[in-house]
Design a protein around this ligand. Structure first.
Ligand code: NAP
Ligand code: ZN
Ligand code: ZN
Length: 355
């Protein structure tokens, strides 16, 4: 197979700084879109994976799944993109299934046949590498079906985080009916949390942010929070009891769920999207029973709903609040993310890798 070289930043083990890595991208097939990566967001999942906080990392590991690029070439069967177009890619780049009920419903991330090919650290069925390599790279080649259209109206760097932080919070907000008349809580003001606030607010819900960082309260209000509660303050949490219809929990570290289930109204749902290295303590069952409340989880979002979210954001002018960095600043960004010092998404400008 004819491949093309790409420059990337990779983790080579669970503790060393990321460093440059030369890899091969496949030559675009009939259904492929080849593009230069302009910007790539830095998700906490990148850190969990690069540092082997989750099982199964294959090194070298090239993270990155909040990708905005510019198309350089397309295969003969591609109909929606041409050279020069803007393109966006999120957490999935392919599927080996496309036929099960979930795939047919546009929920490829829940493929019943485990066919989802993630943007990095997934088996690469096209053989250009042992695993897929993500967006911390100069260019990529992706199946058209997994390429999204992104409006030219949105700043491409600030829009990049929509591809994971945006869709991962949009999907549960929509599924659980966030909108006018609904009271929505968001836990954690990082990359996902700040997008959850912006999106819930734009959907018309009344929003409450739960944060461990008192210093983020003013920003939270600016980002769309109607109310802010410091989650370490037991009195403040008690005041929120039985007040919310839905809570989207984006916390990246193990934490107590009971003050959160307690904040739900009857029939409310606490939806976990954070995937901490060490699990959360088991929740109190009585909190669920006395209130018919539920705890659920949600995984990214399907391609169709990702496009809907991108179109909604273009219409409403919703993008992330970002801090732009160079590829060689990723480790610094990871260190700051671990200290909850992110305001509110790092985005790598890939220009240095494109040379
Ligand atoms: P992030 O930017 O680092 O934000 C996480 C936030 O959680 C922090 O800013 C902090 O907010 C809060 N936090 C951190 N440690 C805490 C602790 N010990 N107790 C309470 N709160 C704490 O991370 P992210 O990129 O938004 O990702 C968040 C999580 O979602 C990660 O685990 C990531 O892997 C996961 N994720 C899941 C999906 C999915 O499909 N389900 C998709 C993407 C990411 P405050 O300072 O406001 O307290
Ligand atoms: Zn992510
Ligand atoms: Zn499937």
């Amino acid at each position: 197979m004819k491949t093309t070289p790409a420059r990337a930043y990779a983790a080579f083990d669970k503790s060393s700084p990321l460093r440059p890595f030369d890899l091969q991208r496949r030559a675009p097939g009939a259904r492929d879109v080849a593009f230069d990566v302009l910007f790539c967001g830095v998700c906490h999942s990148d850190l969990h994976t690069a540092r082997s906080e989750w099982p199964g990392t294959v090194y070298p590991c090239v993270p990155g799944h909040e990708i905005v690029g510019q198309v350089t070439a397309v295969g003969a069967a591609v109909t929606r993109f041409k050279a020069g177009d803007r393109v966006a890619v999120g957490c999935m780049v392919d599927s080996s299934c496309r036929t099960c009920a979930s795939c047919k419903e546009g929920l490829e991330q829940y493929c019943d046949n485990h066919g989802t090919v993630y943007t990095y650290n997934s088996v690469d069925k096209h053989g250009a590498g042992p695993v897929t390599y993500g967006g911390y790279s100069s260019h990529m080649v992706v199946d058209e079906d997994f390429c999204l259209r992104l409006s030219e109206k949105l700043d491409p760097a600030a829009a990049a985080p929509l591809l994971c932080a945006g869709i991962t919070t949009w999907s549960p907000l929509k599924h659980w009916g966030a909108g006018p008349g609904k009271r929505v809580g968001v836990v954690g003001l990082g990359g996902l949390g700040h997008m959850a606030l912006k999106l819930a607010h734009a959907l018309g819900a009344h929003t409450t942010l739960f944060t461990t960082s008192a210093g983020k309260a003013a920003d939270a209000k600016r980002l769309g929070a109607d109310e802010v509660a410091i989650s370490k303050d037991a009195d403040a949490m008690a005041k929120c009891a039985r007040s919310l219809d839905l809570i989207v929990d984006t916390v990246s570290a193990s934490h107590d769920l009971d003050p959160l289930t307690n904040a739900l109204r009857r029939d409310g749902a606490l939806v976990l999207v954070g995937v901490p290295e060490h699990g959360n303590p088991a929740p109190a069952v009585v909190n669920l029973i006395f209130g018919r409340r539920s705890i659920a989880g949600s995984l990214i979002g399907g391609i169709r709903e990702t496009q809907e979210m991108l179109d909604f954001c273009a219409e409403k002018g919703v993008v992330a609040d970002i801090e732009k960095i160079r590829p060689d600043q990723v480790d610094e960004a990871y260190a700051r993310m671990l200290k909850s010092d992110v305001r509110y998404r790092f985005v790598i400008d890939m220009a240095p890798l494109r040379g």
